[in-house]
Design a protein around this ligand. Structure first.
Ligand code: ZN
Length: 245
């Protein structure tokens, strides 16, 4: 199966769909994406370039998945979910969509597709969700947030937030590289915001707590330059099969 949709300049790749996978002809699959054994991709799903859809994954109708995302074996993503670029979903992660599920109406008749309301989930760029975590309807997982394995996420997770447990609670913040941030030394700490500065112990990226965002953000001389600097590194590490034309 070859796709020219979502093609990126100077990169020529084909889509790989394992013979046992079931991909709707009305799904859109980006170049370089691999869909493995027994995965099902429903109609209207849009999967960007260079994604990996693991064995037995279920991608419901209309689900959107951004480029360079990795969905491990047995992930279930139900209708209404939007997954942005570079998202990691560990084995068995479930994204739900019904806040008050019932099989039947109050009169005992079985509910039809029109008898309930979808409550969508959004997983933002670079976020990671650990194995067998369950995300409840209406939740947004912020950019580069990290959800621990087995968590049940019932409320929004801020950008760079680290949550785990049932129900999941905020336990700290993580860097783009995935390391948990520690309190920064005095060189970053202003006199009135001594608790607001954080640093990655691995790559030493400084962060500051931004009250208006209720989370940390990376500190740089020019905030606008940080993301373009990081993104090529991220893309290169997740698309080993691309080749220049
Ligand atoms: Zn780091």
């Amino acid at each position: 199966m070859t796709s020219t949709i979502h093609s990126t300049p100077a990169v020529q790749t084909t889509t790989t769909v394992h013979p046992t996978a079931e991909v709707s002809q009305h799904a859109i699959i980006g170049p370089g994406t691999k869909i493995w054994h027994q995965a099902q991709v429903r109609e209207g799903a849009m999967i960007g370039a260079n994604c990996i859809i693991g064995k037995g994954a279920y991608i419901d109708f209309g689900v959107s998945i951004g480029t360079n995302s990795k969905l491990q074996n047995g992930v279930f993503v139900y209708h209404g979910a939007t997954i942005e670029e570079g998202v990691f979903l560990g084995p068995g992660v479930i994204l739900t969509n019904d806040r008050s599920p019932r099989a039947i109406n109050v009169d005992g008749t079985q509910k039809s597709d029109n008898d309930w309301q979808v409550t969508p989930i959004r997983v933002m760029r670079g976020a990671s969700i650990g194995a067998r975590a369950v995300i409840l309807p209406g939740v947004t997982i912020g950019e580069y947030a990290m959800v621990g394995a087995g968590a049940v996420v019932t409320r929004h997770v801020p950008a760079y937030g680290l949550v785990y447990g049932n129900p999941a609670r905020l336990h700290g913040h993580v860097c783009h590289c995935g390391a948990v941030l520690s309190r920064a030394g005095d060189e970053h700490a202003g006199p009135s915001h001594a608790d607001s500065y954080w640093e990655c112990p691995s790559c030493h990226q400084p962060f500051e707590f931004r009250a208006e965002l209720e989370t940390v953000q990376p500190v740089s001389d020019s905030g606008d330059e940080l993301m373009p600097m990081l993104m090529p590194l991220y893309a290169a590490s997740t698309s080993p099969t691309t080749s220049r034309s």
